[in-house]
Design a protein around this ligand. Sequence first.
Ligand code: 3PG
Ligand code: MG
Length: 392
Amino acid sequence: MTTPALADLDGVEGARVLTRLDLNVPIDDGRVQDDTRIVAAIPTLNWLGERASVIAACSHLGKAKGSPDPAYSLAPVAPVLAEALGRPVRFVDDCLDPGIADAEPGTLLLLENLRFYPGEKANDEAFAARLTASFSHYVNDAFGTAHRDHASVSAAPRRFGRGKKAAGFLMAAEVSALSRLVRDPEQPFVAVVGGAKISTKTAPLEALLDRVRTLLIGGGMANTFLKALGHEIGRSLVEDEMLSTARDVMDTAADRSIDVLIPTDVVVTDAIDAPSIVEVVAADAIPPDLMVVDLGPESHQRFAAAIGGARTVFWNGPMGVFEIEAFSRGTMAIATAMADCPGFTVVGGGESVLAIRRAGVVDRIDHVSTGGGASLAFLTGDELPALAALEE
Ligand code: 3PG
Ligand code: MG
């Protein structure tokens, strides 16, 4: 079954609509640091704004533990949202405030963090019932949370019948772009996977081996591949319990004639925060007292060449400690290669998205996903609880 769209809603004119957004944005010192997810929600809110009577937006923020915690308040999001929408937003400091039922027509509410109640993560029926009590319609545009089986995306939409619930524009765009990577991707399909750990990406890696022609491995997880090949990796980050997984990935790839590119040269240092040594060495000659922090130039040229020849590319996870300028070249080279690639390009995951923003190439990527875990779950072929609940 396909996911119902906004156009499938019945009787939305003058209705009271609860919309679940992913407004889980970085906040520092009471200020929103990156408004990507807020801006991404605007088309759906504008569409509803032209039709509905009352709109309430709800979201989680951070790792709140089931009770109110000012460090995770959504309050700083309200002015940013109001500015982006060009209309007032009334912040409600409790997502179950009984006063929500009395909101005047024409009001747009932003409700406080759902995770201030334990019922959200527990997918609790009673919490979902209270959250949805004063609404006739439900819209989910929180793609970044689609892989969570939480009340606001699972139990809540199950309380609405057909024609009364839908995916918003962002959710639909994410599903359509990511579907191109799952269903018959145009070949050659190249996946670039980085980040610190294999352990959080084992299932996506295995799923990608069903579809890609080439797999590029960088970041901390590449050290585990290097070690699995018998190389010394010095003091580098490594997951010893994942060595057999790394070997399995390489064996499966070899059986299927998939190229796996791992670094042939790397940048090493003695200390990430205060380096006195920064040098490029061959991947089979890493000094015992140093650690790998980036791809070397030969490696990022090989990776960029593979991306340049691709018809489809998916990238998740940085190639090194890219927060530090001296260790960011590999990650920046991937960002540039993605931008230059004539094929269909998709980037998912907070750090990779940050890297393409830093590189100034966001506009040259075909799809920048607002979901990290959600995009990996989608690529793995997992059923996303949020989509299942809308389709029921
Ligand atoms: C994210 O930022 O990955 C999403 O908002 C989901 O957040 P979570 O990982 O805290 O569930
Ligand atoms: Mg996350």
